[in-house]
Design a protein around this ligand. Structure first.
Ligand SMILES: [Cu+2]
Length: 118
């Protein structure tokens, strides 16, 4: 692929995610902090995010590859399960438990991610 063509592909992906953002992400009227998490072939980036204890927070997951197994997102302790379409941000609203740590993983419990109280 030539450099010029590569640039167009990158812009196309950026535009596609921007459009997906308005479609897949519900409004955020209470202004909860949003934390972006990329889902790649090796897992979550960042793999650990922090939020204030007891505070509402929104995690926005975007899966950017068909490699690996990030197609499903699971918060085992909260009984939350979401599909992650390629390059479409998916918002998960939750309240950070005061005692500290909410784990998230893929549909087969192989990836490791966590929301940690600070
Ligand atoms: Cu998996």
């Amino acid at each position: 692929m030539s450099d010029a063509r590569r640039v167009f592909v990158v812009i196309g992906i950026a535009l596609a995610s921007a459009c997906g953002s308005s479609a897949a992400t519900p409004p955020n009227p209470d202004g909860r902090p949003e934390i972006a998490v990329r889902v790649g072939a090796e897992g979550y980036d960042p793999a650990e995010v922090t939020a204030a204890a007891g505070a509402p927070v929104r995690l926005v997951f975007t899966r950017t590859t068909d490699e690996g197994c990030g197609q499903q997102l699971v918060f085992p302790s909260l009984d939350i399960r979401r599909d992650l379409p390629l390059n479409e941000p998916v918002a998960v609203d939750l309240t950070m438990p005061a005692d500290g740590r909410v784990r998230f993983t893929c549909g087969m419990d192989m990836y490791d991610g966590a929301l940690v109280a600070r």
